[in-house]
Design a protein around this ligand. Structure first.
Ligand SMILES: CC(C)[C@H](C(=O)O)[C@@H](O)C(=O)O
Ligand code: SF4
Length: 468
């Protein structure tokens, strides 16, 4: 029977069936960060167990770190406790750690791929919902809870319910001003935040294969915002070129063997998916959210929808609540909305291409009066690369703040946060109430649009208009 890539990866990692719906899977790679690991290590210690495969486990510090200075002292008390616990746990259990002073430190979902720790055909888990990012490499990658982190540390396996499969096909090409972020937001706008529930998504179509690895990571990253367990793209030459000579990528004969295997990783021609979704690349425009859920999203040239026109009463109520929280009115043009803060960063959009894209807009320009613009590279290698290319100088000359790597203003777990009522054009992935700080208002956008917002002080249209 023809199989989807998702089914192939599942079969390749199935250790045994536990019951009719649940299998035990082998986990190739376990990524760890400071927030969801302390209790898992405590559990191991209490049961007097070791980490089964320390060499398959790697840790980094990201959520809680200060992006102003590289010091635990700059973080809050809770953060300091979690960061020190991670350092101590990694030492005790023999796990490699990219700590604050390490030149490979960064956001866990930026670090894995750029180090070659994320490989096609892998099962990858992390105590973090955006583990779906790694699916960009043709890996089955998903987030897990803290008790599951303990299970994987102890056994390198995980019981998992078989997911449903979904194919999201984006046909044809998109306009040059349309980025992977816009594609992701357009898909969420179409299927909704529950549209992917119980599914693993495979993204296909010309508009997807045309994406760089950075773009594919942005897209797969947001699979979780559609309610999906994971999202992936079948690996191709773009994937292999990206991985060649990365620090942990296979080398020599191992590289050749890996390539031979990786080239088999695709869905069979007539493979059946449980759910099909189709979009036309040419219909997608630069997007921005207007509300407090990623599905409350429209094209930048549209007006904010009216709850009174919404037939679904639950949705209409959610829209009213969102308008109220966001301080916006139905019918208002998105492009008239003034912003206070711009955040370019997070595991969705803090890679070198994202920074290049922002720099292309900010070069020779200045941030609008009264706007604070934060540019936070996703990792130390991204930071170093950006500095080698002089991007930091472009940002600084434009009046932006150039920070140290970390999750930063993506979530209010460190000292970068919005004040109450502040409005932010953000390249992150969640716009829930209070996500970036209590009372803070988030508009999810691409780095291109965030950079335009920085210089105009508004949710501006990108200069290159789509579909003209
Ligand atoms: C802190 C962590 C558990 C959380 C997640 O799982 O996603 C965070 O990364 C987020 O983006 O909200
Ligand atoms: S950058 Fe944001 S979404 Fe990504 S792992 Fe950190 S907190 Fe979660």
């Amino acid at each position: 029977m023809p199989q989807t890539l998702i089914e192939k990866l599942w079969q390749q990692h199935k250790v045994t069936a536990l019951n009719a719906t649940t299998d035990l899977l082998f986990i190739d790679r376990h990524l760890v960060h400071e927030v969801t690991s302390p209790q898992a290590f405590s559990g191991l210690r209490a049961a007097n167990r070791k980490v089964r495969h320390p060499e398959r486990t790697i840790a980094t510090m990201d959520h809680n770190v200060s992006t102003r200075v590289r010091s635990f002292d700059a973080a809050s008390k809770v953060a300091q406790t979690q960061l020190s616990a991670l350092a101590q746990n990694c030492e005790e259990f023999g796990i490699e750690l990219f700590d604050l002073n390490h030149d490979r430190q960064g956001i866990v979902h930026v670090v894995g791929p750029e180090q070659g720790l994320t490989l096609p055909g892998h099962t990858i888990v992390c105590g973090d919902s955006h583990t779906s990012t790694h699916g960009a490499f043709g890996a089955l990658a998903f987030g897990i809870g803290t008790s599951e982190v303990e299970h994987v540390l102890a056994t390198q396996t995980l019981p998992q319910k078989k997911p449903k499969t979904m194919k999201v096909e984006v046909k044809g090409h998109t306009h040059p001003a349309v980025t992977a972020k816009d594609i992701a937001l357009a898909i969420i706008g179409k299927v909704g935040t529950a549209g992917g529930t119980g599914h693993v998504i495979e993204y296909t179509g010309e508009a997807i294969t045309a994406l760089s690895m950075e773009g594919r990571m942005t897209l797969c990253n947001m699979s979780i915002e559609m309610g999906a367990k994971a999202g992936l793209v079948a690996p191709d030459e773009e994937t292999f070129n990206y991985l060649k000579n990365r620090p942990y990528s296979p080398r020599g004969a191992d590289w050749q063997d890996a390539l031979t295997f990786w080239r088999t990783l695709k869905s069979d021609k007539d493979a059946q998916f449980d759910t099909l979704v189709e979009l036309n690349g040419a219909d997608i425009k630069p997007m921005s959210t207007w509300g407090t859920s990623p599905e409350q999203v429209i094209a930048i040239d549209q007006n904010i929808p009216d709850p009174n026109q919404e037939d679904n009463l639950v949705k209409a109520d959610a829209m009213r609540a969102a308008l109220n929280y966001m301080g916006l009115k139905a019918g208002q043009a998105l492009s008239d909305i003034e912003i206070d803060v711009v955040f370019i960063g997070s595991c969705t959009n803090s890679r070198i291409e994202d920074l290049r894209s922002a720099a292309s807009v900010l070069q020779g320009k200045h941030v609008a009066t009264g706007v604070q613009a934060l540019i936070v590279p996703g990792s130390m290698p991204v930071k170093q690369q950006a500095e080698a290319e002089g991007l930091d100088q472009i940002f600084i000359a434009a009046g932006c703040e150039w920070r140290e790597p970390g999750c930063s203003m993506c979530l209010a777990m460190n000292d970068d946060r919005l004040g109450s009522g502040q409005r932010c054009a953000s390249t992150s992935n969640r716009n829930f109430e209070g996500r970036q700080g209590q009372g803070g208002r988030t508009h999810l956008v691409s780095p291109l649009m965030a950079a335009h917002a920085a210089i105009t002080g508004k949710l501006a249209l990108a200069t290159t208009q789509p579909n003209q």
